[in-house]
Structure formats: C-alpha cells, structure tokens
Design a protein around this ligand. Structure first.
Ligand SMILES: [Zn+2]
Length: 246
C-alpha cells in the first residue's frame, strides 16, 4: 500500500486526472496548501475522493506577507484534521520576516493544540532547533517533520518527542539526506513526494512514484544496518499508526 503525506496537488497541472489515478490505485495522499485562502479550492478538488485529504496550510515563506490570513486559518480549523504546509524557514530571511514567522507558527500551534487531534506536516529549513523546541515534548497531536535537513542532534531531540519524518526521493540522493535516513528508526519514517518541488529526470514527482522512494530508503538502510530483511509494509504501518490515536 502506498501513501504520500506531503503533496502540493494544487500546483500540479491536470490535477483532476491525477486525482482519479490516485483513487484507482488507492494511494492515500495528504494534499497540502500554502495559504489559508487557498484551502477551499483544494477541499473542493478532493471532494468525493476517498484517498485524498486536503490540508489547511500557511507556508512560512508567505507568513510575513500574509499575516492577516491567520484569522482565516482560525476560521477554517475544523474543516480538516490535516495541517500543512506550516513551519519556519530561516534561509536568508530578514529578522522581521523570521520574527513574523515565529509569531504565526506559535499561534498555529496553539490553535491546533486546542483541537488536540491534528496531524501537522512541517517545514523547518535552517530553523530546526528553534522549531522543535517551540513544538515541545507534549504537543497534543501528531508531528511530521517534512524534508528535514538539520543536525543529527536536533533529530534525536525530535525523535525523543515522538515526531515522525517524511522522506522524499531527493533526500535519498543527497549526502545529508542519506545521513538523516540512516539515523532514523524504521518506525518513524513516512513517505512524501513534495511534488512538484522534487523531480526525477525532469519529471515532477507525484504520489504515484512512492515505490521508487521506498526502494531507495530500503537500499540506504540495508547498507547501514547490514541487510536484515526490511519489509516495504513497515512504512504503511507507520502511516496507519500516524492516523490512529497511538
Ligand atoms: Zn512542500
């Protein structure tokens, strides 16, 4: 069984055709959005599809410019269990921009904590340590760090807090990504495409390509843990426990 916890459905051309294929192939997909005002569009697209769920998002790189969208986020909070893309990004950001991001992310965490049962897919580029400590050890809900690229020390902290990590194909091809995959326990690994921001031979990834990523993760793990058999089903089991109350 395949799944994808972070896919930008609304940025893909012919997304209706793709939706139909995902449904036929029973690929569970979380369709993230980048601003609260964009949620309804994706919510409508997903209507009637059993395997695709829209996520309410507020991308950190848009947070400062669209501060007033926080009230829309609050209004829409009950429309989905899935939240993302949210987070922090401190790659070449002005200090005011990053401060706004932190204010908004902190409000989003509070809004989600009140509900208690949300699943959050989170961007953390160059802000990993701060972001992990903002979420903390007792967040009521599930946390997925998407395309994590921080230190192994911060990764250990996140693991001790019970967070999951979603891995995409690009991560399986980079030195740092391989190091991160190597350090993750098998039971914390989820899959994402982050399409269309990831590509293979110039074709953007979609959830249809999940199997390629699974094979690459297994290859990397086998090199490190010396090849006891790794079942591909381990990842889907992680996805099931993400959705469950555990
Ligand atoms: Zn993304």
């Amino acid at each position: 069984m395949l799944f994808d916890t972070h896919f930008h459905l609304d940025l893909v051309e012919d997304n209706l055709g793709l939706l139909q294929r995902l449904e036929e192939m029973k690929i569970y997909t979380i369709a993230v959005t980048n601003l609260p005002k964009l949620f309804s569009h994706t919510e409508k697209l997903c209507e009637g599809f059993k395997f695709i769920r829209p996520a309410l998002g507020f991308h950190p790189e848009l947070a400062s410019q669209y501060k007033s969208q926080l009230s829309v986020f609050r209004e829409l909070i009950d429309r989905s269990r899935y939240i993302g893309e949210i987070g922090l990004d401190n790659l070449r950001k002005a200090s005011q921009d990053f401060k706004d991001q932190k204010d908004i992310f902190s409000s989003i965490l509070n809004i989600c904590a009140e509900d208690g049962n949300k699943i959050l897919t989170i961007h953390s580029r160059r802000a990993e340590k701060q972001l992990i400590s903002m979420i903390g050890n007792n967040f009521p809900g599930k946390i997925i760090l998407h395309w994590y690229s921080g230190s192994l020390k911060d990764l250990e902290t996140a693991l001790s807090y019970g967070f999951y990590f979603s891995i995409n194909y690009n991560m399986t091809q980079s030195v740092n990504g391989k190091k991160i995959i190597g350090a993750l326990p098998l039971d914390r690994i989820l899959l994402e495409s982050d399409g269309p921001f990831t590509v293979l031979e110039n074709v953007p990834f979609t959830p249809l390509n999940s199997k390629i990523t699974i094979n690459e993760i297994i290859r990397i793990k086998k090199n490190i843990v010396n090849a006891e058999e790794i079942e591909a089903s381990v990842f889907f089991n992680n996805f099931k426990s993400l959705l469950s109350g555990n």
